[in-house]
Write a protein that binds this ligand. Structure first.
Ligand code: 13P
Ligand code: SF4
Length: 307
């Protein structure tokens, strides 16, 4: 069977099962294009958290990585949350454990812990407030100026926020393998090849790379900027899945990845067959123990309350 025929068949079956289950499909913009195409909502981590909290569907199929599905389960305990590929984790989220964080809090007992949403439920349960790349600056600004801050786990996002807010913060030694590997040399080469292009960078990139950007933002922020800009060409410093939305939403514009290595294998682990199977079998389900959930929910809700 031709690949396209298979995609059409799977897409139809997913739509049928989705209706039958009263399910909603949420997909992060780093997902494969064909997975984005079957989704009801495509967005960045913040938008997807908000939608997961607000949906009245019975089932949430989360096409993303584990911490995202876990956040949906925390926000919607009465719903079934499916993660089509159970092994799709986030290596950065695994760089901080609840035990390590407890030890750090003992060293700095008065500090406020700001946890990037890319963390496990156990770590969120030990943290004061969550943030995503879209609202990290606002979240840090919402913390009283006399408070010390521990920012976990992304040192690059933490450094970006510290620079933007002027707030010194204790940064965790964590990073995203996909974004941290982008080098200033690669961005410089892309700029040489495309001198008219503006540089769009995700704040999970290293500070040396972020410093070369014309615009730094979360994935949704980058798409919005490209749409509204008069420029016709852009160098993209974030995961390759974003190209699908950029081309869809910005007709007539050209986008060049800063490096071909901007691929997150975890985000690409989900495919249409796995989405179909998840809806057919109602597995794998993501759940969070009630005691952890309650504390992690407070951490997420504090974030969602910051306007
Ligand atoms: P945003 O979608 O918040 O920009 O985050 C990127 C990311 O790495 C999610 O894993
Ligand atoms: Fe984690 Fe980076 Fe992949 Fe996002 S892109 S899921 S931060 S490894």
């Amino acid at each position: 069977m031709f690949l396209e025929e298979k995609t059409i068949r799977l897409t139809e079956e997913i739509k049928r099962l989705k209706k039958e289950r009263n399910a909603i499909i949420l997909a992060h913009v780093y997902q494969r294009p064909e997975v984005q195409e079957v989704a009801d909502i495509i967005g960045d981590s913040l938008e997807l958290s908000r939608k997961a909290a607000a949906t009245d569907a019975d089932v949430i199929v989360f096409c993303g990585v584990h911490f995202m599905a876990e956040s949906a389960a925390i926000l919607s305990p009465d719903k079934i949350v499916l993660l089509p590929e159970e092994t799709a984790g986030c290596p950065m989220a695994d760089m901080v454990t609840a035990e390590q964080l407890r030890a750090k809090k003992k060293e700095m007992p008065d500090a406020v812990v700001v946890a990037y949403v890319n963390t496990s439920a156990e770590v969120k349960a030990e943290s004061d407030i969550c943030c995503t790349s879209a609202n990290a600056v606002k979240i840090v600004q919402s913390i009283p100026a006399d408070k010390r801050i521990i920012f976990i786990p992304d040192k690059n996002l933490g450094m970006y926020v510290a620079n933007r807010t002027g707030r010194p913060m204790t940064l965790w030694e964590g990073w995203c393998n996909t974004h941290d590997w982008v080098t200033p040399e690669e961005v410089a080469r892309a700029k040489e090849e495309h001198p008219e292009a503006l540089v769009l960078i995700h704040p999970e990139c290293r500070p040396e790379v972020t410093a070369m950007a014309d615009y730094v933002s979360s994935t949704t922020g980058l798409i919005r900027f490209a749409k509204e800009s008069d420029a016709k060409e852009f160098i993209v410093g974030t995961e390759s899945g974003i190209l699908h939305q950029l081309y869809k939403q910005c007709p007539g514009k050209e986008f060049y990845l800063a490096t071909r290595r901007l691929v997150c294998p975890n985000m690409k682990a989900t495919n249409l067959e796995k989405v179909r199977q998840a809806l057919a079998t109602m597995q794998p389900q993501i759940t969070v123990a009630p005691d952890i959930r309650e504390k992690a929910l407070a951490c997420l809700e504090r974030m969602l309350a910051v306007k």
